[in-house]
Design a protein. Structure first.
Length: 179
């Protein structure tokens, strides 16, 4: 499976492509950051994020896009920019018919480090180890994007089995009852 991980942000939108399957060594195919100037008009920044993500989709042809789920933050301006960049990433994938998976920061940290409360340095260190890199990807947004892709590769098989089981149970339930 080839996954494009997106750590959304308006100033720095981390992107990283990982290929592999759960239980086997993973391979990093690319990592980077789509940057926009903080003083640019919002619409122009969103277009720049879109163009950057489109380039990554063209170049790497992922089977899935894993995006960090936006959660409430203390700074409303920050969460709005993150949500807008996240929506752009989802739109780019949907336009191409590529499935999108959303993962919370704690899910990603737990998958990669074993702790949902890991800090940026721990995530970067584990991404470096798991992908057999010579140094942690910089900035941290790039490492976070790779962590998202790793998380999705590892979690997707279990999530798919769970969805299939729910669908099967729902199909077998008598009409009017889905419990």
């Amino acid at each position: 499976m080839r996954v494009l991980g997106v750590d959304p942000g308006l100033t720095r939108c981390g992107v990283g492509v990982v290929e592999g399957v759960a239980g086997r060594p993973l391979t990093m195919l690319g990592v980077g950051v789509v940057r926009t100037p903080a003083d640019a008009e919002l619409g122009h920044r969103l277009v720049a994020v879109e163009q950057g993500i489109e380039q990554w989709l063209d170049e790497h042809r992922p089977e899935c896009v894993a995006v960090e789920r936006v959660f409430s933050q203390h700074n409303v301006r920050t969460v709005m920019g993150t949500a807008q960049a996240s929506a752009v990433a989802m739109l780019c994938a949907a336009r191409r018919g590529i499935p999108v998976a959303l993962h919370t920061p704690s899910e990603v940290k737990a998958a990669v480090t074993g702790s949902g409360r890991a800090d940026k340095a721990q995530v970067g260190a584990m991404v470096t180890r798991l992908l057999r890199l010579s140094a942690p990807p910089r900035p941290a947004d790039a490492a976070d994007a790779l962590a998202l892709a790793i998380c999705h590769i590892w979690r997707a098989p279990a999530q798919n089995r769970l969805q299939q089981a729910v669908a099967l149970h729902t199909a077998k339930a008598p009409k009017g009852r889905t419990a």
